[in-house]
Design a protein. Structure first.
Lengths: 514, 398
């Protein structure tokens, strides 16, 4: 069965798919978005997990939504709480508080050093922000636009000044561990920064590239974090609303079975129920591996490209734990107001690295690092009155667990995480009346992300900028006419930033739609 | 050898006992790990066996892969530049395959043995690439070099020899055809293919029957001037035929380090093997771009004045006052059968169109002293040697 023709079909209504679709529609294109799940938003959704309780399913903080995306689409997400501080929890109760560019609970030297550190990294993040919001230039090309962008990139780095440029080039490929031990004394401070650098990756603080992932987090808002009212699903809903307003057709519960290739070019998509939608432009919000190897099929690409796609690294390591609580938990020496901030368990930089060690061998961390929010403190729509939701990102939980993910291994890991949090919040266990643990394997299955990886493809220098997700597909166009990527796997990467979606739309419009 | 064993030292082919018995020079080299003769008694005479009688060359060391599975046809069709759907079972195709940049990895012959079953023969080893190419296809690639003993039987009397062996039906075999016949209870595959540009066949059999096949062949060929030959004579013949050799006319693209040192099929005179009607094949996008933009290099066949082979020579546009060379010779020989001083070379476009005159700088030595000569050369279109018997079916009774 064939239905009418669209200028472009977007596969997946993740936030990037919606941003891309909305921008294309605003440019006058007829756009169809097909989403496998019943809700729009991809991994940025709010959904119930226990009777009367709901929360943001994967991403739970809003901190990277690019100003350029907000501006282009006129987004004004309602925030339940803005400018969250980070509290690095200490078992002793002597917590360290990181608030914007200042830190308290540490020595004066550390506090001064932190201010200087933040000033510097914010400057680098600003530089990065410019390039996160445009298609990356190609290397070894004679294309004028690429050459201009490359020249500008070189010029912008040089413009940092001689000392700063040298420093930037010194640290950009470095690991965060070396950087924090060089600068700070406080274990909690070093641990909290390390955690920020490795969240959502298959990297430990001693892994190369973790300075880059840290800067990436700060690009576009300097890491300012907010809790969206109604969870991140509300942001996705707003995006869907904007897209529909611009004329986009969004159909949920329509999993795409394959992207149709005819005569060496894309001709449309076919959904699981056999419906065929025709378009000479198909934009995949799905991850690159799934798009290339499953939805299209390697045989429609040349061998070198298919091989690179197979080797793309996308091993998710972040699990998500949701607890339905009978009452507000009590954390040692934390006021109720502080409970509404972002709490992290990363007592020092070595703790974070040790948590990563087992993940290399397919095992979960016996002492995991945790990022906790209690969004129900700011948003009473998430839990019954007087009850609360604890939402935590937990590392490390490897996608390919050596023992395999089963009810047993999941229950054991959930217990480990609860006990870890309970060290700081005694009595937590008694408050739990429901829970949900999403391992990367669950995230892969429920949100159709290969490896269950936040970034769809590991965010490291070998898969960054000119070569993200892989050589031959860095400018959103895949080497198959009419096929594009617009998800986290493409430049610049994951997080609810909207940047890949916006960049993709601009790149597609610049090339022209047939 | 058991294919699971790791080879220790230089290997012997299943024909080695027979070749060693005929050898008088003790000149050997290694070909893909196997002991192979440069020549057995005299390279020049061995060359004349190719052109005037029947020459037998042991090509067991040539790389061979078996490709099987439901997607075998789709797999080879994506792998190589030419349209393999036109190559029916029982046919053989000469083909080149490229990397994604449209640069030649190798050339070779692909035998469509039976429906869904192919043998790919190449100059170099390509298991990693062939395996990578299976991603997305239901197909199995097996390295079978050691599992198949193979002989090239080439020359004007080669059909007569096979007929005398008891295979008159092979007279119906057209060039690039293959047939399966019985040899002492084993399956013998015969293809009308070769590397000499002459009437000739290649024989493929299980290694256990190799010596018996050799003996039967030489028994049948006694009256037809059958001779075993080494690599030197064959190299001469392949230049006359205008065939490419890896590391001479091109470097496998995955072996090059410097940019611009590899070649595309369009730069090797192989446009006829590139079928842009196929929606996808390795190198298609890059080659389409090159076809539009123009190639950098062109392979030329040169007919050079004089009789001094132009080994390693530079090629110039003019006889004198050249600022730089336009290319260089990749293979050169004096051709006794053509009575021509011939060479293959690579020149920068737009030079080297058929009919063009170019100049070849030949250095030669006479009693220690070196001399230099600028020789006029004409770019020719056709192979230097292409006898009518090469294409005649049935072949004549020479």
């Amino acid at each position: 069965m064939t239905t009418d023709k669209y200028d472009a079909i977007v596969v997946g209504a993740g936030h990037n798919g919606l941003v891309c679709a909305a921008l294309l529609a605003k440019a006058g294109k007829r756009v169809l978005v097909l989403e496998a799940n019943d809700q729009v938003g991809g991994a940025a959704v709010t959904r119930p997990f226990a009777d009367g309780y709901s929360t943001s399913a994967c991403a739970h903080l809003l901190y990277q939504l690019q100003p350029a995306v907000r501006k282009d689409l006129g987004l004004k997400p309602a925030l339940a709480r803005d400018e969250l501080a980070t509290i690095a929890l200490a078992e002793s109760g002597e917590h360290v508080r990181l608030d914007g560019n200042s830190v308290s609970g540490v020595s004066d030297e550390d506090a001064a050093e932190y201010r200087a550190f933040r000033k510097r990294v914010n400057r680098y993040a600003d530089l990065l922000e410019t390039y996160l919001n445009m298609a990356p230039p190609r290397l070894g090309t004679k294309d004028k636009r690429d050459l201009v962008t490359l020249a500008r990139l070189g010029f912008d780095i040089r413009r940092l000044g001689k000392t700063e440029m040298r420093e930037f080039l010194r640290i950009i490929g470095m690991n965060i561990f070396d950087e924090v031990v060089e600068r700070f004394d406080s274990g909690l401070l070093k641990g909290a920064i390390s955690l920020d650098a490795v969240l959502g990756t298959h990297l430990g603080p001693r892994s190369p590239n973790t300075m880059l992932t840290y800067l990436y987090r700060l690009a576009g808002g300097h890491g300012r974090m907010a809790i969206a009212a109604g969870g991140l699903g509300a942001v996705s809903d707003e995006l869907a609303h904007v897209a529909r307003g611009a004329g986009v057709t969004i159909r949920t519960g329509m999993p795409v079975r394959r992207i149709v290739v005819e005569n060496g070019r894309v001709a449309g998509v076919e959904t699981e129920d056999g419906t065929r939608f025709s378009s000479f432009t198909v934009i995949s919000n799905a991850d690159p591996k799934r798009t290339i190897l499953d939805l299209v099929g390697a045989r429609h690409f040349e061998t070198g490209f298919a091989r690179r796609a197979t080797h793309l690294r996308a091993k998710g390591n972040a699990a998500k734990l949701h607890l339905a609580l009978d009452a507000l938990p009590e954390f040692r020496d934390l006021s109720k107001k502080e409970l509404g901030q972002r709490l992290v368990i990363a007592p020092d930089e070595n703790y974070v690295e040790r948590a990563f060690n087992p993940a290399k061998y397919g095992e979960t961390s016996p002492a995991p690092v945790v990022e906790i929010t209690i969004p129900s403190l700011a948003d009473d729509t998430l839990a019954p009155t007087g009850k609360h939701v604890l939402s935590a990102v937990v590392q490390y939980a490897p996608h390919a667990l050596r023992e395999g993910w089963s009810d047993g291994t999941k229950a054991a890991f959930e217990q480990t995480v609860i006990e870890t949090i309970a060290r700081y919040a005694p009595g937590l266990g008694k408050l739990i009346i429901g829970s949900e643990l999403l391992t990367p394997a669950d995230i892969e299955r429920e949100f159709h992300i290969t490896g269950g990886h936040w970034h769809h493809a590991e965010l490291t220098l070998d898969q960054f900028l000119f070569v993200r997700p892989l050589n031959g597909a860095a400018q959103y166009a895949l080497p198959l006419d009419g096929l594009y990527l617009c998800g986290a796997g493409s430049h610049p990467g994951g997080g609810v930033s909207g940047a890949p979606g916006r960049n993709a739309a601009r790149a597609i419009l610049a090339r022209g739609i047939e | 050898m058991n294919p699971t064993q790791v080879a220790q030292g230089r290997l012997h082919t299943p024909f080695h006992s027979r070749i060693a018995a005929l050898d008088t020079l003790n000149n050997w080299h290694t070909w893909k790990g196997y002991t192979t003769p440069d020549a057995l008694y005299c390279a020049d005479l061995e060359y004349f066996a190719i052109r005037n009688a029947t020459a037998v060359f042991d090509l067991t060391p040539m790389t061979k892969y078996r490709i099987t599975g439901p997607d075998a046809e789709a797999y080879v069709n994506r792998l190589v530049t030419r349209d393999m759907t036109k190559i029916r079972p029982g046919r053989v195709a000469y083909a080149v395959w490229c990397d994604d940049a449209g640069q030649v990895l190798d050339d070779g012959t692909i035998f469509h043995l039976r429906p869904g079953e192919y043998r790919l023969c190449s100059q170099e080893r390509h298991f990693a690439w062939l395996t990578a190419a299976t991603i997305g296809f239901d197909v199995t690639v097996k390295h079978e070099t050691a599992d198949v003993a193979a002989l090239a039987v080439q020359g004007p009397t080669s059909f007569s020899v096979l007929k005398a062996m008891g295979y008159p039906e092979l007279g119906e075999l057209k060039p690039f055809g293959l047939a399966h016949v019985d040899f002492q209870g084993a399956e013998l595959m015969v293809s009308r293919t070769g590397y000499t540009g002459d009437l000739g066949y290649e024989l493929w059999i299980e290694p256990g029957k190799a010596e018996a096949l050799w003996d039967a062949l030489f028994e049948a060929g006694r009256l037809y001037g059958i001779r075993a030959i080494g690599t030197e004579a064959l190299e001469h013949a392949r230049i006359e035929a205008g065939f490419l050799a890896a590391y001479h006319e091109f470097l496998p693209a995955d072996e090059t380090i410097r940019t611009g040192r590899s070649r595309s099929p369009l730069e090797l005179g192989l446009e006829w093997t590139v079928d842009f009607k196929k929606p996808v094949f390795n190198g298609r996008r890059a080659l389409a771009e090159e076809a539009k933009r123009g190639s950098t290099w062109r392979l030329v066949k040169l007919d050079i004045e004089g009789n001094k082979p132009a080994h390693n020579s530079y090629i110039f546009a003019k006889p004198k006052n050249n600022r730089e060379a336009i290319g260089f010779i990749t293979s050169a020989a004096w051709s006794p059968v053509c009575k021509q001083n011939i060479a293959l070379g690579t020149v920068r476009t737009p030079h080297g169109k058929p009919g063009d005159t170019v100049w070849v700088e030949i250095y030669y030595q006479r009693e220690m002293h070196w001399s230099r000569k600028m020789a006029r050369a004409t770019v020719v279109d056709k192979p230097f040697w292409f006898p009518e018997r090469r294409g005649a079916t049935p072949p004549g009774p020479y």
